[in-house]
Design a protein around this ligand. Structure first.
Ligand code: PGI
Length: 446
C-alpha cells in the first residue's frame, strides 16, 4: 500500500461522498418542502420493499456525529449535496432560513474538523412544486435552478470553494424521463433531449452566475463509462458508437464543445425547437474540473431493440458486484485517457467510485474484503492514469455511509461505514479502516 501513496500528488483530495435525499431523513422538518423523490418513494411499487428516504441515515439529526467520525478516520474532503426543497420549499420565491442554517452548520462543522467541502447543488431531489409546473421539461426550471444556486453561493460561498452544479444529468434524463425507474417516473422518450438540454442550460446559468460571485472552482459530475464492443463484428462496432453517444458524448460534447453528437439523432431524434440562440455557448462555460462517477465499463453487442441499439454483455467469468456491475478497474484508466485526449487537459475529480456487496455484521465488525479490494484496485488504476498524464485532482468514495439506494431502497450497501437502520448505529467496515490507514500513510508520506 505504501508504494501506492507515492504515486499520488501531494495535494490530492481524498474524500467520501453522499447525497441529501439518500442520508438526511427529516423530510418534513424545519420547513423543508416535498421533493420529487418524496412523492416517488411514497408511490406504491416504485421502490423495493416500499422503502422511502423519510428517515434514511437520520443524518439531519446526526450530522455532528457523522462529521466527527469522518475526522476520526482522517478523511479530509467531503462531497455532499444540498436539498433544494430545504432552501426553497416551493422551488423559488420564499427562502427557508432553517434549511440554509443546516448547511451553514454542516459547513462550519466540517471546517472545524479541517474537512474541505465539495458541494453538489443538485443530486436529483427537485422540489415537487416545480415538477407540478413541468419540472425539467419546462425551460423555466433552468432559471429557478440558477436562482437557487445564487442563493446557496451567497450563503456558503465565503467558506465553500468547490462546487458541482449537477450530479449525473444523464440519470435524471434517462432513468427519470425515459425508463421511469427514477423520479419523476416518466416514460416519455420524446422529451429526453429537451430535459437534458434544460439540465445543461441550468448548469451553464449557474456557472455563469458563479463567475460573477465566487473565486472558487466549479464543475459538473457525469456518470461515464468506457464502451467496449463485444466483438469486432461491424454491428457491435456500431453498437459501441451509438452506446457511447447515448451514455457519454450526449453530455460531454455540449459541456466541452458546445455541440450535441450527431449519432444521438439516430437514436433520439428531435426537432430542436427548444434550443434557443446562445444556449450552447452558455452550456459550454469553461469549467475548473470535470467530476467523473465511475463504477464499471460497458461491454456492448448490437441490439436494435434497445434505445442505444446496444445491450450490455457480462462475460461469464468476470467478477461483478451485488449491483451486477463488472469489476474492472482498467476501465477507469481507459475512460480517463479518453476524456483527456478527446476533451483536452481538463482537471478530473473522481466524484464517485465504490461497490455494493452483501455485508454481514460479525462480532460488531464487517469484513468487507471484496469492497476493500475493489477500492484498492481503482486507486491503482487512478495512479496509472496520473502516470499517463491525466490531471486527476481528487477521489471520493461512494459512499461514506450505507444509504437509500434509490429504486433499490436499503437493499444495497455502498458505505465504508455500515448503518444499522433499526438503531442508526454506525459501524466502520474493514474497508473504512483500510481507507483510514491509507490516508494516514498518504499524509505521513507527503
Ligand atoms: O448506485 C450507486 C450510486 C448512487 O447511490 C448515487 O446517488 C449516484 O450518483 C450514482 N451514480 C451511479 C452510476 C449511474 C447509476 C445511477 C443510479 C443507478 C444505477 C447507476 C452510481 N451511483
Amino acid at each position: 500500500m505504501t508504494s501506492l501513496v507515492k504515486r499520488f500528488p501531494r495535494h490530492f483530495a481524498w474524500g467520501v461522498a453522499t447525497a441529501s435525499y439518500q442520508i438526511e431523513g427529516a423530510v418534513n422538518e424545519d420547513g423543508r418542502g416535498a421533493s420529487i423523490w418524496d412523492v416517488f418513494s411514497h408511490t406504491p411499487g416504485k421502490i423495493l420493499h416500499g422503502d422511502t428516504g423519510d428517515i434514511a441515515c437520520d443524518h439531519y439529526h446526526r450530522m455532528r456525529e457523522d462529521v466527527n467520525l469522518m475526522s476520526q478516520l482522517g478523511i479530509s474532503n467531503y462531497r455532499f449535496s444540498i436539498s433544494w426543497p430545504r432552501i426553497f420549499p416551493m422551488g423559488y420565491g420564499q427562502k427557508n432560513s432553517r434549511g440554509l442554517d443546516f448547511y451553514d452548520q454542516l459547513t462550519d462543522q466540517l471546517l472545524q474538523e479541517n474537512i474541505e467541502p465539495l458541494v453538489t447543488l443538485y443530486h436529483w431531489d427537485l422540489p415537487q412544486a416545480l415538477q407540478e409546473k413541468g419540472g425539467w421539461i419546462n425551460r423555466d426550471t433552468a432559471f429557478y435552478f440558477r436562482d437557487y444556486a445564487v442563493t446557496v453561493f451567497d450563503k456558503l460561498g465565503d467558506r465553500v470553494h468547490n462546487w458541482i452544479t449537477h450530479n449525473e444529468p444523464w440519470v435524471t434524463t434517462v432513468a427519470g424521463h425515459i425508463q421511469g425507474r427514477h423520479a419523476p417516473g416518466l416514460k416519455q422518450p420524446n422529451v429526453a433531449r429537451k430535459v437534458a438540454h434544460h439540465l445543461l442550460l441550468s448548469h451553464g446559468l449557474a456557472v455563469e452566475s458563479y463567475r460573477d460571485m465566487g473565486k472558487g472552482r466549479i464543475g459538473i459530475t457525469l456518470n461515464l463509462h468506457p464502451v467496449y464492443p463485444a466483438s469486432s463484428r461491424e454491428e457491435d462496432l456500431t453498437a459501441q458508437q451509438l452506446h457511447d453517444a447515448f451514455h457519454n458524448t450526449w453530455f460531454l460534447d455540449p459541456v466541452f464543445t458546445g455541440t450535441y453528437p450527431e449519432e444521438l439523432d439516430e437514436i433520439l431524434p428531435f426537432d430542436n425547437d427548444f434550443i434557443a440562440e446562445g444556449d450552447l455557448n452558455l452550456i459550454q462555460q469553461p469549467l475548473d474540473f470535470l467530476g467523473v462517477n465511475y463504477y464499471a465499463p460497458h461491454r456492448v453487442r448490437w441490439n436494435p431493440d434497445e434505445i442505444s441499439h446496444a445491450s450490455l454483455v457480462i462475460l461469464p467469468e468476470e467478477p461483478i458486484t451485488s449491483m451486477g456491475w463488472p469489476v474492472d478497474a482498467k476501465g477507469l484508466t481507459d475512460l480517463l485517457i479518453r476524456i483527456h485526449y478527446d476533451y483536452g487537459p481538463i482537471p478530473i475529480i473522481i466524484t464517485e467510485n465504490g461497490a455494493a456487496y452483501e455485508d454481514v455484521v460479525e462480532d460488531g465488525q464487517i469484513h468487507d474484503a471484496l469492497r476493500q479490494h475493489y477500492l484498492e484496485m481503482h486507486w491503482d488504476a487512478l495512479a496509472n492514469s496520473i502516470e499517463q498524464g491525466v490531471p486527476v485532482h481528487g477521489y471520493y468514495v461512494w459512499s461514506f455511509l450505507d444509504n437509500f439506494e434509490w429504486a433499490l431502497g436499503y437493499s444495497k450497501r455502498f458505505g465504508i461505514v455500515y448503518v444499522d437502520y433499526l438503531t442508526q448505529q454506525r459501524i466502520v467496515k474493514d474497508s473504512g479502516l483500510a481507507y483510514s490507514r491509507f490516508l494516514r500513510e498518504f499524509y505521513e508520506y507527503h
